[in-house]
Design a protein around this ligand. Structure first.
Ligand code: PLP
Length: 391
C-alpha cells in the first residue's frame, strides 16, 4: 500500500526550523548558559553570542548593530514599533495621529485600535484596491502635519501582495512621519536593506524564515528613542527589557544568514513551485480567482477564492488527503468570520469566506504541486456537491 501523503503548504503560518539553525542554537542551552547581562565569564560568553548575532542581522539589514532590538516574536516587534515610536513622538509634542491600512496583521491593527480606544491617539485607515495595493495618493493625503507614525506591511500574509515600501517611506518622510513596515512575511523572500527601503522601523519574526518560534527583531533607525512598552532591567539599551534568550537569538541570526546567503536559489525555487501551483489551479479548477497581485506577490504565496465553497470544509477535505493549507490566515482557522483583508479588497462576504492560502517552501517538490492541483480539483467539486445536497 502506498504511504499516506503529507504535504505541507502552510509556510506563511510557520516554517520548520532548519537543522543547521538547531545545531547553531544547541550549545546555548546547557553549555553557554550564562545570563548575557552578567559581568562574569559565563555572562560574557553569552553576551558575545548575542552581540555576534546582532552584528549578523545588522549586516543583512545594512544597518548598525545598535539599531537592532531583539524581541520575543513578530507581534511584539510590531507592538513595540508602534507604541514606542508613537509615545515618543507624543512626548516630543509632535502629534498623535497614526496611519495604517485595513490589511495589516492584527499585531498592527489591534495595537492601533487600542491606542485609539485607550490612549487618545487618532488613526486613519487608508483603503486598498482589489489587488490589495495601498494607493500612493491616499497614503500621501492621510499623512498630515500631526501624523507621527505610519505603518504599512511589506507583504501581506493572506494574499501575498508586496507594497511599494520605499515610495511610501519617502512620502512619509516628506511629511515628517516615521515609517514602520511589518516585514514578517517578507523576510527570506524579499530584500531587507533598510537603507534602500528607507524605513525607520522594521519588524521580523524568525519562525517565518526557518528559524525558531518565539524570537523576533525590530530595526529602529538611530535617532528614534523608543519609549519601551515592556519596562524592567533596561536590556536592549532600555528599549526592551527581559533576559536575553541567547539560543533563540543565535537561531534567528543563523536562519537569516542562511536565507540571504542562498537568497536567489531559494526564491527561484519558491517562484517555480508557486507559479506551477497558480497555473495548475487556474487552468483546472472552475469558478476560481487568484487573490492578491498577479506579479507583485511573495515568491512562496498562492491564494484563491472559490465560487460556492466554504473554506473550512475545503481545508478539512484537503487535510484528509494529506495537504496542509490555510484559509485567510492561520490565526483565523476555524473562525467562520469572512476575511477582513478580502472584504477590504472589495470581495463580498461569500467570496471572503471561501479563501484558500497555499504557501510553498524549500522542500516543496513539483510532484507535491501536481498532487495538490489534482486533489483540489476533486475536493472543490466534492465540497460544492455537498453544498448542493444540503441546500
Ligand atoms: N505580522 C505578520 C504579517 C504575520 O504574518 C505574523 C504571523 O503570522 C505576525 C506579524 C506575527 O508574528 P509572530 O507569530 O512571530 O508573533
Amino acid at each position: 500500500m502506498a504511504a499516506a501523503r503529507s504535504i505541507y503548504l502552510d509556510h506563511s503560518a510557520t516554517t520548520p526550523t532548519d537543522p543547521r539553525v538547531v545545531e547553531a542554537m544547541l550549545p546555548y542551552f546547557s553549555d553557554v548558559y550564562g545570563n548575557p547581562s552578567s559581568a562574569h565569564r559565563f555572562g560574557r560568553q553569552a553576551e558575545d553570542a548575542v552581540e555576534t548575532a546582532r552584528e549578523s542581522v545588522a549586516r543583512i539589514l545594512n544597518c548598525r548593530p545598535s539599531e537592532i532590538v531583539f524581541t520575543s516574536c513578530g507581534s511584539e516587534s510590531d507592538n513595540l514599533a508602534l507604541r514606542g515610536a508613537a509615545w515618543t513622538a507624543r512626548q516630543q509634542g509632535r502629534g498623535y495621529h497614526l496611519v495604517t491600512t485595513p490589511i495589516e496583521h492584527p499585531a498592527v491593527t489591534r495595537t492601533v485600535q487600542q491606542m485609539a480606544d485607550l490612549m487618545g491617539f487618532e488613526s486613519t485607515i487608508i483603503p486598498v484596491d482589489r489587488l490589495s495595493q495601498v494607493g500612493i495618493e491616499d497614503f500621501a493625503a492621510a499623512c498630515g502635519p500631526g501624523t507621527t507614525v505610519a505603518s504599512v506591511m511589506y507583504a501581506n500574509n493572506e494574499v501575498g501582495t508586496v507594497q511599494p515600501i520605499s515610495q511610501l517611506a519617502a512620502l512619509a518622510h516628506e511629511r515628517g512621519t516615521w515609517f514602520h513596515t511589518d516585514a514578517v512575511q517578507a523576510a527570506g523572500q524579499l530584500p531587507l536593506d533598510v537603507q534602500q527601503l528607507g524605513v525607520d522601523l522594521l519588524s521580523l519574526s524568525a519562525h517565518k524564515f526557518y528559524g525558531p518560534k518565539g524570537v523576533g527583531a525590530l530595526y529602529v533607525r538611530d535617532g528614534i528613542e523608543l519609549v519601551p512598552s515592556q519596562s524592567g532591567g533596561s536590556h536592549e539599551n532600555g528599549r526592551r527589557s527581559g533576559t536575553h534568550n541567547t539560543p533563540l537569538i543565535v537561531g534567528l541570526a543563523k536562519a537569516l544568514e542562511i536565507a540571504y546567503e542562498a537568497f536567489e536559489t531559494y526564491t527561484a525555487h519558491y517562484c517555480d513551485r508557486r507559479d506551477q501551483l497558480i497555473d495548475g489551479v487556474l487552468r483546472h479548477v472552475s469558478g476560481v480567482q487568484l487573490t492578491g497581485h498577479p506579479t507583485r506577490r511573495l515568491p512562496s504565496h498562492a491564494s484563491f477564492v472559490f465560487d460556492g465553497v466554504d473554506a473550512n470544509a475545503l481545508l478539512m477535505h484537503l487535510d484528509l488527503k494529506g495537504i496542509a493549507a490555510s484559509s485567510a490566515s492561520a490565526c483565523k482557522t476555524g473562525n467562520p468570520e469572512p476575511s477582513g483583508v478580502l472584504l477590504a479588497m472589495g470581495f463580498d462576504r461569500a467570496a471572503a469566506s471561501s479563501s484558500l492560502r497555499l504557501t510553498v517552501g524549500r522542500q516543496t517538490t513539483a510532484e507535491d504541486i501536481d498532487y495538490t492541483v489534482s486533489t483540489l480539483v476533486e475536493m472543490v467539486a466534492r465540497v460544492r456537491q455537498l453544498n448542493r445536497e444540503r441546500a
